[in-house]
Design a binder for this molecule. Structure first.
Ligand code: HEM
Length: 423
């Protein structure tokens, strides 16, 4: 499918660790930071589904890659054999003393049962449908402002000038952080997701990054203690677990999680949908002519271009799909690959905007299923509808110049566009 292809120039992959050698055999030596995976992972997963649905690499100290819906789902639901103590696959694993037990680095995503249940439950009210609905008007205003700015640009970029700013501003507003700190948030995300620094703080530079991130959150917490207001940070400071305030590490870790989980993911999802629409005039026309299909289209973009692959550590030696998995092995959980499994869904490799049945796994499966799904859907809907209302005839100006993020959150990081048809 032509829309699945973009630049394969490794120079254009953001966040790729320099030291990784190229992959030549995905069945025995996979690496999700490889440029092939970043730019066009779909054929890789298709080949593996046929030849080796649970593949192994010795990179990252040993890791497994399931690519069928069945295997991804089996692992996601199994909290006995897999732990979420670390969810970003990197060169090193956290030791038993590296993370505050039972909280983990960023609760609830890094917490296991039974603590996970409590850490998750206390967050749910902040993301309930009514709370999110109340943010719709301010999100529309953010998009309008960005679109006004883009209208005057010589070289507009749908990722750099639009999709990346929307979730940053929305989550900063929710947490009560200064909007002017947007560059700091993006740096934190780059460090946490693309460099995996938090799970491998093994040299001076990385330790310094970790301390700087902690210091940023500590300053925000201190400010909210001194000047309480109605936002997510004070919500966490006021929350109680078993009648007690949350531990400082818990508050800080959850703030980090919300920032990381809320920005890169949604930026990627909005960007991938715009990247698709910029190449598909038929789909743009369909959305203009049949606005009632928008809710289906949002689900289809989420399914087809699901941005998030999670990681797990094997908690106990066990056998899966005839393979011996050992305690401490990494497992990648590519929800995007599960979504494209033709055994699970007809025409899984096609983007069908009005697909009536769409049980996708973009938001995960099992106990860690995304808490922010209402928020993400609202942001995507507003961002795409506002863009299409303003620029229904936009197109990619240079498909080969599109860049993609490397690693576990996949999305376009630069999408040069023409806003209206070229002569
Ligand atoms: C399109 C955008 C998004 C996608 C595709 C996405 C995807 C995911 C996935 C796949 C998981 C499961 C993790 C696992 O199994 O380990 C997850 C968990 C989570 N997400 Fe999202 N997410 C998105 C947006 C957001 C937003 C906007 C927020 C909030 C600001 C958020 C907050 C969370 C939290 C707190 C968890 C952890 C839940 C738990 O461990 O119980 N996400 N997300």
């Amino acid at each position: 499918m032509s829309t699945d292809h973009a630049s394969k120039d490794p120079e254009l992959i953001e966040g790729r660790p320099d030291e990784h050698r190229p992959v030549s055999d995905w069945a025995t030596d996979f690496d999700h930071t490889d440029p092939q995976w970043a730019t066009n992972p779909f054929p890789i997963w298709e080949d593996l589904r046929a030849s080796c649905p649970l593949s192994r690499t010795e990179r990252f100290g040993g890791a497994w890659l399931p690519v069928t819906q069945e295997l991804v789902s089996t692992i996601a639901y199994d909290t006995e054999n897999y732990t979420s103590r670390a969810v970003v696959v990197s060169e090193t694993r956290p030791g038993p003393d590296d993370l505050p037990a039972p909280i983990g680095l960023a609760p609830p995503i890094t917490s296991d049962p039974p603590f996970h249940h409590m850490a998750r439950r206390l967050l749910l009210p902040a993301f309930a449908p009514k709370k999110i609905e109340a943010l719709t008007d301010s999100t529309i205003a953010i998009c309008e402002e960005l679109l006004d700015e883009i209208a005057h640009m010589d070289a507009p970029d749908a990722a750099l000038h639009y999709s990346q700013h929307i979730p940053v501003r929305v989550i900063a507003h929710m947490l009560g952080f200064p909007a002017s700190d947007a560059d700091i948030f993006r740096h934190i995300i780059h460090v946490v997701i693309e460099e995996g620094v938090r799970s491998e703080a093994d040299d001076e530079g990385r330790i310094a990054e970790t301390l700087a991130i902690d210091a940023y959150f500590d300053a925000q917490i201190a400010d909210h203690v001194a000047n309480p207001r109605d936002d997510l940070t004070n919500f966490l400071l006021d929350a109680r677990l078993d009648g007690q305030p949350l531990a400082h590490e818990h508050v800080r870790g959850t703030m980090l999680l919300l920032l990381v989980a809320g920005i890169d993911t949604t930026w990627s999802a909005i960007g991938a949908a715009l990247w698709h629409l910029g190449q598909r005039p038929d789909h743009r026309h369909q959305l203009v002519e049949q606005p009632e299909i928008w809710p289906f289209a949002i689900e289809e973009f989420l399914r087809a271009y699901a941005p998030v692959t999670m990681g797990r550590l094997v908690a106990k030696d066990h056998v899966l799909h005839g393979q011996n998995l050992s305690e401490g092995d990494w497992v990648l959980l590519p929800f995007p690959a599960a979504n494209r499994d033709p055994e699970f869904l007809a025409d899984a490799d096609q983007v069908v905007l009005d697909r009536p049945e769409n049980r996708h796994s973009a938001f995960g499966l099992g106990i860690h299923r995304c808490i922010g799904s209402n928020l993400a859907r609202m942001e995507m809907t507003v961002a795409l509808q506002q863009w299409m209302a303003r620029y229904p005839d936009f197109s990619l100006s240079d498909p080969g110049a599109v860049t993609w993020s490397a690693g576990q959150v996949r999305g376009p990081r630069s999408i040069p566009v023409h806003l209206s048809p070229t002569a």
